[in-house]
Design a protein around this ligand. Structure first.
Ligand code: ATP
Ligand code: MG
Ligand code: FE
Length: 340
């Protein structure tokens, strides 16, 4: 079974071809970083226009690199939401056109389910598992019982983790995109230098909060001596910030593991997904936690953590082989919670 996947929910125009034996035949990602950098963040209108300009050629390229023709496909899958609606519409229209012209089944995929199932494209991860979804727009803990079967354990009450990384990086004067640049600076810094808060740590439940941490970074910057944000200061602040995030995640995931073990017993995995899962410090924290808890830990390879279409093709394939497909009447969804 071979599925073409299309992704355009944020600022990458992406197309990929994936086979059911978990081979990624092609995975083309065109990032719009340069177009949004002058604005320090993603501008929805610019994103939508750029998706429109490049979607056809990126899709062609994915088919060429896979070395197959449209007649070799079994289905076409596309991000149907959640995301910036202009971009999602471009992807959905493209996928519908291909489906109609080539008489192929059409599968609308929840972008978050793409992140949630990527670990299964990469290795042996059986259901049920505990999922930590940490991305630019989301921070959630869920029990994943199967394809399309999610139970929410906890979520952020304010900012997403990726958002906290991006906004803190911006305050420190780091270039867009904030998350990866913050991680690079943190590698050169001393994490014990600044005493930042650990919001929600030790509280009952599995919810998160990151806005207080972001505010603490701002206050710390305002308190700096006259030289201000020198490279060594930024490095220490980044390291301290990253350490605070890691400590909070460790605490919250620890609680979710206890709940998950009560619900599903021992012998299952913790899976991490979403752009922030690319962070080496956070992967390390979760690896240690799982070792202590006797759980398998599964994280996608770093290049499959941030947005790509291989994860969409794979999620579409997982649905399609269970007999799921969507009608061409499908309407793009700006909001689409995983547990609904
Ligand atoms: P969502 O998936 O919630 O719709 P999105 O698709 O915009 O949001 P992703 O592409 O999954 O988000 O992830 C992007 C986020 O991941 C950004 O906030 C980015 O800063 C963050 N990120 C990427 N790499 C790293 C890293 N190495 N360390 C920390 N954060 C990172
Ligand atoms: Mg992006
Ligand atoms: Fe994403």
């Amino acid at each position: 079974m071979i599925v073409l996947g299309i992704e355009s929910s944020c600022d990458e125009t992406a197309a990929a071809v994936v086979r059911d034996d978990r081979t990624i035949l092609s995975n083309v990602v065109l990032s719009q970083l340069d177009e949004h950098r002058p604005y320090g963040g993603v501008v929805p209108e610019i994103a939508a226009r750029s998706h429109l300009d490049y979607m056809d050629s990126i899709t062609d390229q994915a088919m060429k690199e896979a070395g197959i023709g449209y007649e070799d496909l079994d289905a076409v899958a596309v991000t149907g939401g959640p995301g910036l609606i202009g971009g999602v519409m471009v992807g959905v229209m493209t996928a519908k056109a291909i489906s109609l012209a080539r008489q192929l089944p059409f599968v609308a995929v929840n972008h978050l389910e793409g992140h949630a199932l990527t670990a299964r494209l990469n290795g042996d991860v059986e259901f049920p598992y505990l999922l930590l979804l940490v991305s630019g727009g989301h921070c959630q803990l869920l029990a994943v019982e199967g394809v399309g079967k999610y139970t929410l354990y906890g979520r952020t009450v304010d900012d997403a983790v990726g958002e906290a990384f991006d906004k803190s990086a911006k305050m420190m004067g780091l270039p867009y995109p904030g998350g990866p640049n913050l991680e690079k600076m943190a590698a050169k810094g001393d994490a014990s230098k600044y005493d930042l808060p650990r919001p929600m740590k030790g509280r009952p439940g599995c919810d998160f909060s990151f806005s207080g941490l972001k505010t603490a970074v701002r206050q710390q910057i305002q308190k700096l001596p006259e030289e201000g944000l020198t490279d060594p200061v930024v490095a220490d602040l980044c390291a301290s910030f990253q350490k605070a995030v890691g400590d909070v995640l460790e605490d919250r995931v620890g609680r979710a593991i206890a709940q998950f073990k009560q619900d599903y017993g021992d012998g299952h995995a913790l899976v991490v997904g979403g752009g922030v899962a690319a962070n080496t410090h956070i992967r390390g924290v979760l690896t240690g936690l799982c070792a202590r808890e006797g759980m398998q830990f599964a994280a996608p390879p770093i290049h499959l953590c941030t947005d790509n279409a291989a994860m969409i093709a794979w999620a579409g394939l997982e649905h399609f082989r269970l007999g799921h497909q969507d009608s061409l009447e499908f309407a793009p969804r700006p909001r689409w919670p995983l547990d609904q």
